[in-house]
Structures are given as structure tokens and as C-alpha cells.
Design a protein around this ligand. Structure first.
Ligand SMILES: [Zn+2]
Length: 183
């Protein structure tokens, strides 16, 4: 998988959508500007995102979360295939200043459909390349954010450095408590 290439945009966007709009720390339905902010880093034409996209984007984010919580490969494949079956794709090679790459969406489709196609393809490629070993829910005790790991060694278990540090501190304290003799 090319980590910085086009294919990773769908994975990154999936993670960002799930963490922004679902789960305990997820926000209520976003307004247009905040929704654009979530998707802007992933090379989407966010100017096309309007009010009508908000509800469908939230619904799709919930479907994507359902993928990230799956730890069983067969179930992950079934879920991703279900997502893929619900989008209409027409792959074609394009070059608009980023070098040749594949676009999967038919030209001119609505914004939400482009998001669905790119995120479905993103998680599909992730599973094709790594199975379920590179995606999941943060291992920190009080965090339900998700992550995807496309790094070389792929050891990620937390959504962020902040959660990894917190978990390390907690584990260290627990070890010290365990080592203190009871009186
Ligand atoms: Zn976390």
C-alpha cells in the first residue's frame, strides 16, 4: 500500500469520519464547515459538501465504525464487501497534477457518493493488504476512537500518541502498585 498516495486518502478519511462523528467522543451532527474541516486533509473537493450531505455522511461514518470494531477476518471481508456492493464505481486513470492515478467514481457524482466510494476502496485495500491486523479501536481504557496503521512495522494499538502515553503511565503505576508489599 502506498502510504502517502491516493489509496491512503480513503483510509485516512474513514478514520477521521469515524472519530469525528461517531462514538462517545464523536460530535453531534456537524455543520457544513466542521464537516469540511474533517475531510479537507484527504484531497476531497470539500466545497461540494453541502447541508444535504451531512446526514448521509454520518450514516456512512457509522457503517465505517462497524468495520473498525471487527476483529474477525471473515466478518471484516463480509462487511467491506457489503460496503463495496452499495457504491457504483467506474474506475479510470486521471492525471490532474498529482501524477497518474485511479479514480473510482464516475465523473460528476454527488459528493457523498465520492466519499462512500473512496472510503470503501480505502478499507477494502487495507483488508486486502493486511487483513484485520492494521485497523481497530484504540487500546486505551477510556477511548473508543479508531485507527488504521499503514506504517512499515504496523504495531499501532492506540488512536494517538496521547492515548499511548496515558496507557503507558497507567501500566507503570499498576506495576508499581503490584510491586509494593501489602501490610
Ligand atoms: Zn485513543
Amino acid at each position: 500500500m502506498e502510504v502517502n498516495g491516493y489509496r491512503s486518502d480513503g483510509v485516512g478519511a474513514s478514520v477521521a469520519m469515524v472519530n469525528a462523528w461517531t462514538g462517545e467522543q464523536g460530535a453531534l451532527p456537524p455543520d457544513v464547515e466542521s464537516a469540511r474541516d474533517v475531510l479537507r486533509p484527504f484531497s476531497f473537493l470539500v466545497a461540494d459538501l453541502d447541508e444535504s450531505a451531512l446526514e448521509p455522511l454520518l450514516a456512512w461514518a457509522a457503517e465505517l465504525r462497524a468495520f473498525f470494531v471487527i476483529t474477525d477476518l471473515e466478518r471484516a471481508v463480509a462487511h467491506v464487501n457489503d460496503l463495496l456492493a452499495r457504491v457504483e464505481m467506474r474506475p479510470r486513470l486521471v492525471d490532474h497534477g498529482r501524477g497518474l492515478h485511479l479514480h473510482h467514481a464516475p465523473s460528476g457524482v454527488p459528493f457523498v457518493q465520492r466519499i462512500r466510494i473512496n472510503t470503501a476502496m480505502g478499507v477494502a485495500n487495507l483488508v486486502a493488504d493486511y487483513g484485520v491486523g492494521r485497523s481497530g479501536v484504540c487500546a486505551a481504557a477510556d477511548c473508543d476512537r479508531v485507527f488504521a496503521d499503514t506504517s512499515r512495522n504496523g504495531r499501532k494499538r492506540y488512536c494517538s500518541d496521547a492515548c499511548a502515553n496515558r496507557a503507558n503511565v497507567a501500566a507503570h503505576r499498576a506495576r508499581r502498585r503490584a510491586a509494593t508489599p501489602a501490610r
